[in-house]
Design a protein around this ligand. Structure first.
Ligand code: ARG
Ligand code: ZN
Length: 431
């Protein structure tokens, strides 16, 4: 029932865990996979759907018994041999094969999903609706789950995924890596990254951050890491001082050729190689790291709440600039953003158009909304609001009203008019 994308996700059950076991050959582009899903029925189910696009589905098993299945319009429709009672735990296993590909997104003209570049490098850009291009999934952030990835690639390719590497199995001609993501993850943040890539530990950043920092880099960048990449430990420590404890067990970025953006995949943000020597690299590093708290640990309860991701990550960029260069720099960034928003004709951040979810206002006008809140309630209440919100909704989802309620509780003020004007008004208010 997402307000922007009602077709995303499915009702009737709640997934607890995905075990994604896949073989992928970048040379042929072919995948063979088995995905095991552990779920709880929230209603009696004669039938249920998963979001899934492409592939040949070879077999579906529910609680050990073969299940009927059919495909329709981005859905895998499963009829188990016997109905599942409300409240019952059940297990689904989907065996499939084929060549994964990007799919059209509801949210913009840019495709989403599993991408294999010309050189074989493969990765996932799934926000908001591309996860179903590579695994059968309840594709909405409301159904977060834990994940295990078991990824096999032919030598000499290397595979990486979200979370902690728990095992590496070398076989004749192939390597399997097993990753665990024990904290709940929204489906759009799941990724595998495959390429001629190396995992490089950053011990200096790790020492500052207190959690392991490692990056996945092409050989040339691994040999001489780009300037700014070594700031991630300091960035993480700074954001912890503002938002509270880092929510996951490790962090780092994966850099891939060709991709013209960045995406905050959980514990392993994806960066196109064009970013790494660009002047904005430092602020995009802070941006994607900030999403680990806002977007990843707390995911939007509805896609119309996207400013809770992008406005917060943008404001984190400005907070980092304030930390490094002082309050005048923050004021300047806010004023420049306000001028850009006034000059543009973007809708307000609380009403993103379904076909342009990542409209600039969810970033900049969203960031300005937080700055306006800070100026209104003062630094003490503002930063206490951020930390209280981060702690209270950790591991789950939140809506805009949840954040407003925390700000009102901490400040003791009625902030309805402020948020109405900043999030839903047609013109950018005065700071
Ligand atoms: N969340 C990303 C960011 O950090 C933007 C994702 C855009 N989505 C896409 N399908 N290109 O700005
Ligand atoms: Zn972002």
């Amino acid at each position: 029932g997402d307000s922007l994308y009602p077709g995303l996700g499915n009702g009737g059950y709640d997934v607890a865990r995905y075990i994604v076991d896949l073989f992928f050959d970048p040379g042929t582009g072919e995948m063979a996979a088995v995905v095991d899903i552990q779920a709880v029925a929230t209603a009696e189910l004669d039938r249920f759907n998963l979001d899934f696009v492409g592939f040949d589905v070879l077999e579906v098993v529910v609680d050990g018994a073969a299940a009927d299945h059919e495909r329709a319009d981005g859905e895998l429709i499963i009829t188990p041999a016997r109905p599942i009672a409300a409240g019952e735990e059940f297990a689904v296993s989907v065996d499939y094969a084929g060549a994964p590909d990007r799919i059209a997104s509801r949210a913009s003209s840019l495709p989403v999903g599993w991408i294999t570049g010309a050189d074989g490098t493969s990765y996932v850009i799934a926000e908001p609706d591309g996860a179903s291009s590579w695994y059968p999934v309840n594709d909405h952030p409301l159904d977060k789950a834990t994940y295990t990835f078991r990824v096999t690639v032919p030598n000499p390719w290397q595979a990486f995924a979200n979370g902690t590497l728990v095992d590496t199995i070398t076989d004749l001609g192939s390597t399997t890596r097993i990753y665990e993501m024990p904290q709940p993850m929204a489906s759009y943040l799941a990724t595998v990254v495959i390429g001629d890539l190396e995992e490089i530990d950053d011990p200096a950043s790790t020492a500052i951050a207190g959690v392991p920092i490692r990056n996945v880099l092409p050989p040339d960048l691994a040999a001489s890491p780009p300037a700014g990449l070594d700031l991630q430990g300091e960035m993480l420590a700074f954001l912890e001082s503002v938002f509270g404890p880092y929510p996951f067990d490790l962090y780092g970025i994966a850099v891939v050729p060709g991709f013209p953006g960045a995406l905050e995949n959980q514990t392993l943000s994806l960066f196109g190689d064009g970013f790494v020597n660009a002047p904005i690299f430092e602020s995009v590093l802070v941006h994607e790291l900030a999403h680990q708290w806002f977007g990843n640990d707390i995911s939007p309860g509805d896609w119309s709440d996207i400013w809770l991701n992008e406005g917060f990550a943008t404001y984190a960029e400005w907070l980092w600039a304030e930390h490094r260069a002082g309050p005048d720099r923050l004021a300047q960034l806010a004023e420049e953003a306000r001028e850009r928003m006034i000059a543009g004709d973007a809708p307000p951040p609380g009403r993103p158009p379904p076909g342009a979810l990542f409209t600039p206002s969810v970033y900049q006008w969203g960031g300005l909304t937080l700055h306006a809140l800070r100026l209104e309630i003062g630094d003490d209440a503002f930063f206490a609001t951020l930390r209280t919100y981060a702690a209270r909704f950790s591991g789950g989802t939140a809506r805009t009203a949840d954040f407003v309620a925390v700000a009102e509780e901490i400040s003791g003020r009625d902030l309805g008019a402020l948020f109405d004007a900043w999030l839903y008004g047609d013109t950018v208010p005065e700071l």
